[in-house]
Design a protein around this ligand. Structure first.
Ligand code: PLP
Length: 425
C-alpha cells in the first residue's frame, strides 16, 4: 500500500471512512472529520505514527495511555513473534509458563503484599474482577468511588465511574454505589461504613481531567477503609507501569491497596492485557472454586509474552524515571505557556507524563486539539472533563519530540487566540 499512487491512497481513505459510516458508527465519522482526524493510520514507532500518505504525527494520546514503552518496541514485538510460532492461545487446562512468569514478575514489582494475579483483556474487565473480589471477600455490597472517576464502560465499572452522561442511558446500574468528591477525605469518611465492600479510586484521576489529590488524601482513605473493614481498590489502569514517574502512582503517596487493577501499558502497546491483583489473604476466597471468575482469552500466552518483555523493558530502560524527568520538563514549559495565554488556560497540572491543560472553555480545548492535529501532533480531551486537554505520550518520547510538541502547542494556541479575536470571543 505504501508504494501505491496518491490517487489509490485517497481512494483507500475514502473507502475506509465509508465503511466506518456504514458498518461502525456514522457519528464517529462526523466527530473524527470535525476534529481533523481525517486520515487512516498506518504504522508506528516510539512516539510517532504515520498515516497512509506517509504524514508523520507525534502521538500524545497514545491510545489513552497505552504506549508506555513506545509503539512497536522491538523487544516486545520479537517476544510476541517468538510466542506466536509455539502457542498463541492456551488450552485452559494445562499449566501455562508465560502466565506463571508474568504473575511472579508482577508480584515482585508491586508494593506491599500484592501477590496473586488474575489476567484479563482490558481495564474494564480488571475493574469488574476487582469489584467481584471485594464483594466476595467482605460479603458486603456497597461500593464507594469518586465523582469524575473513570473505571471503564462495562456495567460494573460504569456503576463506579463518575460522569452521568455515560451512565444515565444504562440505568439501573449496580445498586449500592455511592460517589463522593475526589480529594475530600471528610466526604469519604462519611460515605464509608460497615456495609462497604470497597472504595475504588484512581490515585490520580485521568479521564476526570488529570486531577492530583491532596498529598495525604490516599493515606487518609486507607485509614478510613481499615477502620471500617472495607477494601481499598486502586485503579492504576492509566497511572500504572511508569506513567506518572513511578512504577505505580500509589508509590508517590506511600499507600498500598488491597486490590490493584492494571491494563493499558501491560501488553506493551502490542497486545491487549489487563490484570487485577491482591494479597494471599484476600485471594483465599478464590481457592475453593478457581473457576468462580474466569476468562477464555484473558492471560493468553501471546499477551503474557508481551507483558513479560514489557516489564523487563520498563525496568531495564528505567522508563518510570524517564517519565519523571520528561514530565517535569513538559509541565514547566506548559506552565510558562499558561502564563503567556492566561485568558485561555486555567491551569496546567500533572505527574510524570500524565499531563492536563485545563481551559476555561471546552470549545477552546476542542479547537486547540483540532489545530494541533492539523500540525500533526495528536492530543485529546479527557472523557469526563472536556475542558482538559491531556498529553500522555509514549514514555520513550525524545526531548526533540517534546520540543516539537511544545512548539506546535504554542503555535496552535496563537491560532486559537486569533480565531477567537476574529469572532469576538
Ligand atoms: N480504568 C481507568 C483508570 C481508565 O483510564 C480506563 C480507560 O481509559 C479504564 C479503567 C478502562 O479500560 P479499558 O478501556 O481498557 O476497558
Amino acid at each position: 500500500m505504501e508504494q501505491c499512487s496518491e490517487e489509490d491512497k485517497k481512494r483507500f481513505v475514502e473507502e475506509t471512512v465509508e465503511k466506518y459510516a456504514r458498518f461502525i458508527n456514522p457519528g464517529l465519522v462526523r466527530l473524527f472529520k470535525f476534529a481533523n482526524f481525517n486520515t487512516v493510520e498506518w504504522k508506528g514507532k516510539g512516539a510517532k505514527v504515520w498515516d497512509i500518505f506517509g504524514n508523520q504525527y507525534i502521538d500524545c494520546i497514545g491510545g489513552f495511555g497505552v504506549f508506555n514503552v513506545g509503539r512497536n518496541h522491538p523487544r516486545v514485538v520479537e517476544a510476541v513473534k517468538r510466542q506466536l510460532d509455539y502457542l498463541p492461545l492456551s488450552t485452559r487446562t494445562l499449566f501455562n509458563r508465560q502466565q506463571a512468569d508474568l504473575a511472579e514478575m508482577l508480584a515482585q514489582i508491586t508494593p506491599g503484599e500484592l501477590q496473586y494475579s488474575f489476567f484479563c483483556n482490558s481495564g474494564a474487565e480488571a475493574v469488574e474482577g476487582a469489584i467481584k473480589l471485594a464483594r466476595f471477600y467482605t460479603g458486603r455490597k456497597k461500593l464507594v468511588s469518586a465523582l469524575g472517576g473513570f473505571h471503564g464502560k462495562t456495567m460494573g465499572a460504569l456503576s463506579v465511574s463518575g460522569r452521568e452522561v455515560y451512565k444515565k442511558p444504562f440505568e439501573p446500574l449496580l445498586p449500592e454505589t455511592y460517589q463522593v468528591p475526589f480529594g475530600d477525605a471528610e466526604a469519604m469518611a462519611q460515605a464509608v461504613d460497615e456495609q462497604t465492600a470497597a472504595v475504588i479510586l484512581e490515585p490520580i484521576q485521568g479521564e476526570g481531567g488529570i486531577i492530583l489529590p491532596p498529598p495525604d488524601y490516599l493515606s487518609e482513605v486507607r485509614k478510613i477503609c481499615d477502620a471500617r473493614g472495607a477494601l481499598l481498590i486502586l485503579d492504576e489502569v492509566q497511572t500504572g507501569l511508569g506513567r506518572t514517574g513511578a512504577m505505580f502512582a500509589c508509590e508517590h503517596y506511600g499507600v498500598v491497596p488491597d486490590i490493584l487493577a492494571l491494563a493499558k501499558g501491560l501488553g506493551g502497546g502490542v497486545l491487549p492485557l489487563g490484570a487485577f491483583m491482591s494479597t494471599p489473604q484476600i485471594w483465599t476466597v478464590f481457592e475453593d472454586n478457581p473457576f468462580i471468575h474466569s476468562s477464555t482469552l484473558g492471560g493468553n500466552p501471546l499477551s503474557c509474552a508481551a507483558g513479560i518483555e514489557t516489564l523487563k523493558v520498563l525496568q531495564e530502560e528505567e522508563i518510570p524515571q524517564q517519565a519523571a524527568r520528561k514530565g517535569e520538563y513538559l509541565l514547566s514549559a506548559l506552565q510558562g505557556l499558561a502564563i503567556q495565554f492566561a485568558p485561555l488556560i486555567k491551569e496546567v497540572r500533572g505527574k510524570g507524563l500524565l499531563v492536563g491543560v485545563e481551559f476555561f472553555d471546552s470549545d477552546v480545548a476542542s479547537l486547540l486539539a483540532m489545530e494541533m492535529a492539523q500540525r500533526r501532533v495528536l492530543v485529546a480531551y479527557t472523557l469526563n472533563n472536556p475542558k482538559v486537554i491531556r498529553l500522555e505520550p509514549p514514555l520513550v518520547i525524545t526531548k526533540e519530540e517534546l520540543d516539537l510538541v511544545l512548539e506546535v502547542f504554542e503555535a496552535s494556541l496563537k491560532s486559537v487566540q486569533g480565531i477567537l479575536e476574529e469572532i469576538g470571543g
